[in-house]
Design a protein around this ligand. Structure first.
Ligand SMILES: *Cc1c(COP(=O)(O)O)cnc(C)c1O
Length: 376
């Protein structure tokens, strides 16, 4: 069984599948992970660290798993430079549960939170926060179909926090400078955490569902400044109370053992690659290549304001939508998978998370060039 899996994984790592073609995974999430991480994860499903048991069948209170949990937390603290002022949590419920958990924990019913609306995910966060306190949308890019990041707005000083979506996975926009404010920033960094260095001290809370740039689906990372907690003056259900989760080290109940393990393996990989400055360099190269391919191509366009383009998710569309099917066919023939845009906006999207190599972006860029030759 194990040798079987190893052969399959070797095939994958040698860039071969049964059709002898490497698949370039542009999926927006759940998304690409390094091949060596998946090999280690697969092996741990059979025999974890040589203990004769699978990672899937050991107690979350076993010393083996406690070592995983503490290494995962230590890696996050080291890679992002997080001080003891912050708790680091591994929770369930996805990024979407953080839309209400943040407000439930940080916002009193008579208090105000400020939001910037940059698309679906921030709109969802705004909607959920309204159940817990006052919500003021202080800036929005809805007027131009969410194709830019609002700037130059005043942040009200009496708000408890400012909520932003760091990278808009669906629209392909990203903050390249965070808003200037003295109030804590709460950031949904689901699709760009660990993609570049971050000054944690600007943030009161950062949350990220793992399945974009951290690990598999099933765990959500929360980094929260402890001094902000316990002030919202309401009953918070135990499972949803960040203070309990900090005190119980994410193990008030059974945490998502396997997603945490795979995330830990991926964070080891990030560190071994040179950490966030190395990630940022590689991600910038990939993004530059991708946007150059869109911009030089007369058939394609990217609607986003240039300075706000995301280094993680490049969205693009064909000026002539009737050409979408033949383009997707050419992508599939070249092994480019997952380039279809989000169902709410259509078009295409190339997600280029940490584990993606430059070579994969080169392949997609050549497909676009070839397509322009055929149909231009
Ligand atoms: C994917 C995503 C979410 C939703 O995450 P779930 O884990 O599916 O709830 C939230 N915010 C952003 C920015 C995302 O990209």
């Amino acid at each position: 069984m194990l040798s079987h899996i190893c052969i399959l994984l070797q095939l994958r790592e040698s860039n071969a599948t049964f059709t002898n073609m490497k698949i370039h995974n542009f999926s927006s999430g759940p998304a690409i992970l390094p091949a060596e991480v998946m090999r280690q994860a697969a092996e741990a499903c059979i025999d974890f660290n040589g203990i004769g048991l699978s990672i899937l069948e050991i107690s979350h209170r076993s010393k083996e798993f406690l070592a995983v949990l503490s290494e995962a937390e230590a890696l996050i603290r080291e890679i992002l430079g997080i001080s003891d002022e912050y708790g680091v949590l591994f929770l369930s419920g996805g990024g979407s549960s953080q839309f209400y958990m943040t407000a439930m924990n940080l916002l009193g019913s008579n208090e105000k939170a400020a939001f910037v609306d940059t698309g679906v995910w921030s709109s969802n966060a705004i909607k959920e926060a309204k159940a817990f306190g006052q919500v003021e949308v202080i800036a929005s890019s809805k007027d131009k179909n969410y194709t830019y990041i609002p700037k130059g707005f005043e942040v009200p000083k009496d708000a408890k926090y400012l909520h932003i979506t760091s990278n808009n996975t669906i629209r392909g926009t990203q903050y390249h400078r965070y808003p200037e404010t003295t109030i804590p920033i709460v950031s949904d960094a689901s699709s760009d955490i660990f993609s570049r260095p971050l000054d944690i001290s600007k943030f009161g809370l950062i949350y990220a569902s793992a399945q974009k740039n951290v690990g598999p689906a099933g765990v959500t990372l929360v980094i929260v400044k402890k001094e902000l907690l316990g002030k919202a003056n309401r009953h918070i259900p135990t499972m949803l109370d960040y203070r309990v989760q900090i005190e119980k080290e994410s193990s008030f109940n059974t945490p998502p053992v396997f997603p945490i393990y795979v995330s830990m393996l991926n964070l080891r990989w990030v560190k071994a690659q040179g950490g966030l400055s190395a990630m940022a360099k590689k991600n910038a190269q990939k993004a530059a290549l991708m946007y150059a391919a869109i911009d030089r191509n007369p058939l394609f366009m990217n609607p986003v304001e240039k300075e706000d383009r995301s280094i993680m998710n490049a969205v693009f569309r064909l000026k002539d939508e009737s050409l979408e099917a033949p383009f997707l066919k050419l992508c599939a023939q070249a092994g480019c998978s997952g380039v279809k845009g989000h169902r709410s906006v259509g078009g295409f999207r190339a997600s280029m998370y940490n584990a993606m190599d430059l070579e994969s972006v080169q392949v997609l860029a050549s497909v676009m060039d070839e397509f322009a030759q055929q149909y231009g």
